[in-house]
Structure formats: C-alpha cells, structure tokens
Ligand binder design. Sequence first.
Ligand code: UD1
Length: 378
Amino acid sequence: MKLITIIGARPQFIKAAALNRAFKTLYGSMVREILVHTGQHYDNNMSEVFFRDLKLDTPGYHLNVGSAGHGQQTGQMLTALEEVLLKEKPNGVIVYGDTNSTLAGALAAAKLHIPVVHVEAGIRSFNKAMPEEVNRILTDHVSTLLFTPSDAGFQNLMNEGFKATPEGKISADNPKVYRCGDIMYDNSLYYGHAAEASLNLLDRWGLYKGGYFLCTVHRDHNTDNPERLRAILKALRSVVEKYRKPLVLPLHPRTRKQISAFGMEELIDHKDILIKEPQGFLEMSLLEKNCLMVITDSGGLQKEAYFFGKPVVTLRPETEWVEIVQQGCGRLADADESKIVEAIDYFMANLNKLNFPPMYGDGKAAEFIAGEILAKLG
Ligand code: UD1
C-alpha cells in the first residue's frame, strides 16, 4: 500500500511523527509512506528540528513553496502537489489539521479521485475569519476517512450531515467518521519522558519546576493588529511584575517581526520575560510539563497544557477545544488586557483545585488510525 502524507507547518511534523511511527512498527514493509513537505515552514527551528528530534522520515519531495499570501501559497502548493500525486498514484493521501498545506493536499487529491484521510477532522471555531476554519471545513467535506479527536469534533460533523454509520462502500461520497482520540496525546506520552530525561533546559534558563509561566502568540489576528498585540504584551508584563515569576516567551518569526515593526520591544523588555527562539517539540513538552500555566493562542498548546495537567488561558475569543473550558481548566481571555490578567489570577488562586480527567483517548490513536487506513483503503 502506498500512502502520501502531506505536511508543511510545524504542528503537522509532530502529528505525522505519531502515524509514521505506527506504520513502521505495526505494518513494516506492508505500507510505503512517502512524506511530502510543502515548504510552508522553512526556518531550521520551524521545520528541520522536528524531523531530527522526532526521527521523522526524510521527505520524498520538498516543494519549497515558502511564505506568501494565502491564495498564492495555496495555489503554488496545489500545482506542485498535483504533479507528485499524478506521478506516485498513491492509494490514499493523509493530511493533518487546518493549515494551507492541509487544504492544498486535500484539494489536489480529491480532484484526482484519490481518497483523502483527514486527521484532526471536525474541529470548528465557528469563526470563518480564521483561515484555519475555512481550511478545515473544506478539507472535511472532500475527505473519505475523517478521524476526529474529540466528542465536540464528532458532533460538529454529524451536524454538518456526515453519517455516524454509513452503509456500503466507503468513498468520498460516502465518508466514514471516527472518534478516535488525539494523536497529539500519543506524542505527549511518548516524548514527555524523553524530554524530561534528556534536556537540562530549566537549569540553563534558571527556571524552577512549577515556577514560571509559558506563553506563545502567533495567530495573525493577534500579531498583525497592533491594539491586540499591545494588550497581550501589557498583560504579560503586568503578570510578571505582580507574581515576580518568570515568563517564557518563545517567539514565532511572524510575532518577532511584528513586535519590531510596531516598535513594541519595550513592553517586553523585562528581566523576567525570557524571549526565546521557537522551540522544538521536546523542549516545548518539557516547558509545558513544568510550568505554572500556559497562556497561548495556539490550538495545539491548549491541548498539550491539558495533557500535562496545566490550566490554559486562551488569547482568543473562542476555542475549538471547548471541552477544556467546560472542564474548568481553560479560560477564554481574547486579547483583552484585563481579562487576561483576571484569568491568570483565577488559575493562580485555584491551581490545586483543578481536575484533568482523560478526554483525548488512551494514547493509542495513531495505531487505530493506521489500522483503519489499511482496512478501508488497502
Ligand atoms: C501556520 C498555520 C497555522 C498554524 C501555524 C503553526 C495557515 C493558514 N496557518 O501559521 O494554522 O497554527 O502555522 O505554526 O496555514 N515565517 C518565517 N519562517 C518560517 C515560517 C514562517 O519567518 O519558517 C514567517 C513568514 O513571515 C510568514 C509568517 O511567518 O509569512 C507566517 O507563516 P505562515 O506559515 O503563513 O503562517 P503561520 O502563522 O506560521
């Protein structure tokens, strides 16, 4: 069986590692998985580091598309992917999540009548101003196998007309939806211990276990709007001053550029705000596992915080991971300075009262997904 996996952005390298591992260990030479890297992320610390640390196969194709506007970037990927798919003629194409690489991969395959497998299907923010929301909806609706990590994801797909138990042969016109847990949870379990054992990051950065905040900001809605970005940075500074605890801030290149373009460096020029380069998955896992709480606009980090039993303050008005908020372990603070501070205050006062029951499967989602791909597309 030949499968093409299309990846291009940081979170996809991490997700692909789990399935790549499952194919190799469970099915060996029965499955040939070829990775295609669109080149959406290209800096060493946004791409290469994940292949090295997660021992992900070297991509069979690298499309080198790079950064551009949404239309241009997605269009270039689509053109290049069609060529690859025509040449390789795979039994199926696997795409992850909601980036422009996801959409381009799904569209290229669907138009060539190659079954699309969408891992992390059904997730919705109900905010179509987010490019990711458009990417996910379109990808789900051209997919043949849809693997959703949460109950909310499953329900969203049912609400959009997918059937829980389709009869007859599975196809793009008769797709199958699975509720199967989250492969990111598999990864957090698999790499969490390795990270702890192999890195002495906390010592090097002068951090104590349970003694620092961890924050990331990268959504265009936050980074490209000076009012929103200023409100977030001011809130971070006031929290650091109030609690006299360090805050680790690994900066996405887009955020770094915008802070500089808006002249906002002073807002985060503080001895306890540790500005870092984007970190690899092992380093982030270690930082998440040992922090007080996570403050972020990333989808992946909201869940990883939960996996490690840490509360999360989400820098957005809504979230796709509604179950974390319902469980009382997440708060939506948008880019509102006082709401951010209030949410952090709330969790600082309630750290020991939070419960984190398992909500994202049993850590074996990748094995399940690999088995179903073989059974249905083999
Ligand atoms: C993309 C995804 C987002 C995902 C995120 C993970 C889309 C629409 N967005 O957002 O869903 O959460 O990846 O990180 O697909 N840049 C560099 N070096 C790089 C990559 C990007 O400098 O290696 C800079 C460029 O200025 C680029 C900007 O970051 O224009 C944004 O990159 P892009 O891939 O378009 O979006 P992300 O914000 O990374």
